[in-house]
Design a protein around this ligand. Sequence first.
Ligand SMILES: [Zn+2]
Length: 274
Amino acid sequence: MEIIDFHTHYIKKEMLNPTWLNFLEAINPEFYARADDFSHHPELFTAYLKTQGVKYAVVLPECAPATSGFVPTEEVIEYCRGQEMLIPFTSLNPNVHPDPAAKLEFQVKESGIKGLKLHPSYQFFYPNEARLYPLYAKSQELRIPVIFHIGSSIFKGTKLKYCDPIYLDDLAVDFPDLKIIMAHSGRGFWYDECFSLSRLHKNVYMDITGLPPQNLLSYFPDLEKNSEKVLFGSDWPTMPTGIAKNIEAIKSLPLSNRTIETILFKNAYRILFE
Ligand SMILES: [Zn+2]
């Protein structure tokens, strides 16, 4: 079975805030010790992905200087250049970038960016604010999927109110062709809301990044019914085990093979490549 990991992070220690660095060191000391090697050598990462059975991985930058850190999109573009397995996304921040729609268009056309990550609770905006609408219109026009961080976080400075999934309902109505992905599926507070929104709207998806796979069916008892709207992501390297262990845990859930394949590969493939 082929696998797409829809949520991995490009890590450069000097660009992350202490809150993330300390967490990373505690949760994945093995990676932490080799972080500099990984950040300089993308082929180390692609070799690792192959050992885990992953065919493609979305690689995320992070423009959230007030909370998690500032990992520029340009570095991620460089990192992924020439690496067929690595799919670079951009991180734009409406409180940092004066014209995010123009920046998105430039990055898509000049640098092959395949998607956008937004972080309402780290960057401090409500997803349905009017100032974001030109960015969504551009994303829809360019067929660029948008990942929103939707769920709790231990990072200092996080303001959770901004990632209440209800604010995505406006976007789903106003931009019906925009692919909206709720990263972490509402972790901690909003599992039911995320599940309902993804059932309700044709182009709203949930990713299960950072959720213990063995708990998925207690968070989402009807997961099987919503298999077309669920994506696998690992949050690598911010995870306690290897990616393959997560994949195995998902495969061992009482779900049909078809559902498992749809979650681990097909949905992501459709969003990224069709
Ligand atoms: Zn993440």
